[in-house]
Design a protein around this ligand. Structure first.
Ligand code: NAD
Ligand code: UFG
Length: 366
């Protein structure tokens, strides 16, 4: 076990909420792999396991984190905890010298949020509020927040730059919860100049770690395109339903800015570095995307090429709440973070396929 203390001083720690989930686990492994930069940091994960697989109730760590420890040969600290549990969170801040927080923990299924708005507002807004309160109590003011291009709603212009209005035409409680959290954090940064908040607005994260041992593991039928395609390719699902081919796009199907999850994770690592810059206070929203959009049909072809499998599909009606197209203006991320996505669409598909074909049932081995 990595020692918690270094002489008499506690080692600095990065707290990752929701770190057992899809994007969180890829960020944790990316941090642990950055030996030269983060070897002096403890990585502390809190996750209530509502969307992360645990092999058995008595296992100390969920499967994603166990695999990460195995791949990196490093240890991390894990607390099975809900972020709304202020007392539990306080204990984590007592036990570690938290320097900054990366906040992934949230409920994220757009459709489910329409049926369960209270659960989404509770987990995402109350959860974030509780975390911010505990951070303030312990004098920890650096936060990286998982936001979404959803906050832009129906695009008024493309590509979507950070100055595009947010909060208008939002179609789901999930999207509104992300928008409200951003507004809450803006107000907090105005009220107290100690705060440094970087809200990373993700476009569409896909792909998996190059090892093929961690990846996206949706419970039930996937809502999102890439895991759905992967499950059709592996034979778990019969065919993909393409939601609409009458949009004003090149082939009529929806266009999105898909970004490799490891590129996304590296964006977080770059964001942490911004905290070290003198005078970098306040609230900053930054897009994380590639700047290029692909249609659903282009994604199917790319996946077929990468996997060598057919992906049968049929065109059905539009999915309610969907927009025709979005993709990011990525100039601010280049300028501020010195970061750009480097992995190609082929990498995204190959890495997804490596994970899916080696783990047809996700982390569950049965
Ligand atoms: P995920 O469900 O795989 O990971 C979220 C993790 O948080 C899970 O392990 C879950 O168990 C945990 N969690 C949920 N509620 C919690 C709570 N109250 N307390 C403690 N832990 C809790 O989701 P993901 O795709 O990794 O998304 C991570 C973040 O990124 C979320 O905030 C999501 O809204 C945001 N985001 C995701 C996408 C996407 O397409 N995946 C796009 C934009 C933004
Ligand atoms: N699509 C299909 N069939 C499917 C699933 C999706 O045709 O079975 C299409 C959609 O209509 C859309 C595209 O594939 O045109 C992408 O859909 P996703 O559900 O994969 O992604 P979204 O852009 O709708 O939304 C996702 C997440 C949100 C997040 C947003 C931006 O679900 O949480 O990306 O990051 F906010």
């Amino acid at each position: 076990m990595t020692p918690l203390t270094n002489g008499d001083t506690m080692r600095p720690a990065i707290l990752v909420t929701g770190g057992a989930g899809y994007i969180g686990s890829h960020t944790v492994i990316t941090l642990l792999e950055r030996e030269e930069e983060y070897s002096n940091y403890d990585i502390v994960v809190v996750d209530n396991l509502s969307n992360a697989y645990n092999r058995a109730p008595n296992e100390k760590k969920p499967e994603s984190l166990r695999v990460i420890e195995d791949l990196t040969n490093k240890n991390l600290h894990f607390y099975p905890l809900d972020i709304r549990d202020a007392e539990g969170l306080s204990r984590v801040f007592e036990n570690h010298n938290i320097d900054c927080v990366i906040h992934f923990a949230a409920l994220k299924a757009v459709g489910e949020s329409v049926d369960k708005p209270l659960e989404y507002y509770q987990a995402n807004i109350t959860g974030t509020g509780t975390l911010l309160e505990v951070m303030r109590k312990y004098g920890v003011y650096k936060l990286i927040y998982s936001s979404s291009c959803t906050v832009y709603g129906e695009p008024e212009r493309l590509p979507l730059d950070e100055g595009h209005p947010t909060g208008r035409t939002l179609t789901s409680p999930y999207g509104r919860s992300k928008y409200f959290c951003e507004e809450m954090m803006k107000d907090l940064c105005t009220s107290d100049k100690n705060w440094m908040v970087i809200s990373l607005r993700y476009f569409n994260p896909v792909g998996a770690h190059i090892s093929g041992r961690i990846g996206e593991d949706p419970s039930g039928i996937p809502n999102n395109l890439m895991p759905y395609i992967a499950q059709v390719a592996i034979g778990r699902l019969n065919e993909l339903k393409v939601f609409g081919n009458d949009y004003k796009t090149s082939d009529g199907t929806g266009v999105r800015d898909y970004i490799h999850v490891v590129d996304l994770a590296e964006g977080h690592v770059k964001a942490i570095k911004l905290f070290q810059q003198h005078g970098f206070g306040g609230f900053h929203a930054i897009n994380l995307g590639t700047g290029t959009g692909y249609s659903v049909l282009e994604m199917i072809s790319a996946f077929e090429r990468a996997s060598g499998r057919k992906v049968p599909y049929k065109i059905v009606g539009r999915r309610s709440g969907d927009i025709a197209a979005n993709y990011a203006d990525v100039s601010l991320s280049h300028r501020l973070l010195g970061w750009r996505a480097i992995r190609t669409l082929d990498d995204m598909c190959k890495d997804t396929w490596r994970w899916q074909s080696a783990n047809p049932n996700g982390f569950k081995k049965v």
